[in-house]
Ligand binder design. Sequence first.
Ligand code: ATP
Ligand code: MG
Length: 224
Amino acid sequence: MPYKFVSKKKWDTEIAQKAMAAVEQITNEMGAEIHDDLMHRLVVFRFYFDRIERELNDPGQMEVLVTEMKSEFQDVVQSVRRISRQLMPAKMEQENFTKSIHLLCLSMERPGAGHIHFESSGTEMPISDMAETFLSRIVQELIHNAFKHSSAWHIWVRMIWASGQLTLEVEDDGTGFMEAAEVASQLNRKYNTLKMRSQAINASIHFENGTNGLLAKVSMGLSD
Ligand SMILES: Nc1ncnc2c1ncn2[C@@H]1O[C@H](COP(=O)(O)OP(=O)(O)OP(=O)(O)O)[C@@H](O)[C@H]1O
Ligand SMILES: [Mg+2]
């Protein structure tokens, strides 16, 4: 679509629609996370108050209850932390960008259902805040896609800082319904939020048939 001649107005409208759809999608994902994870934990926590009322006169039971509540509360804290990391992936707690991508990977792990392996090489170079935010969103969407469309068990996220260039790779080990090569060529042609965000920061995104499944490569020039 972007390579075909279209009027500026039509093009602007399309960009605006895609941008709004991207915002909507992230809001929905966060809503689902809050609903499925955090609300569930808070509801469980609510029942502790009923139990406290009942066990008030039994110090032994109260002790057991406090131990359980502490661990449950820790889970609530973890859940809020995970959601806030996904909402604000870059520049968390003064961490460097490599660390923040690593944390993003940890926050998207699916215990018992999907493992994300993170590797990095080279020395981190400064990049703009916008590049950090958009690259985080791109990695987030690539991981999301791998779990959603390929039923991946393993996802490898590699961050390669080379002289003059940063490359981020996301590879999965599932092919879903289609062959990875076919998915790659379809995605290379598609204008989606992955491409939009890459363009906005002068990066490029390319899909290919990797060793295990679909391999996405995002490259961005670095000025020194
Ligand atoms: N890791 C993957 N493995 C297999 N197929 C994939 C993978 N990533 C994407 N696809 C295929 O490419 C299509 C396009 O992906 P894209 O992210 O653009 O849209 P979507 O995930 O279907 O929708 P949205 O991202 O808007 O929720 C998917 O519908 C899926 O068929
Ligand atoms: Mg998607």
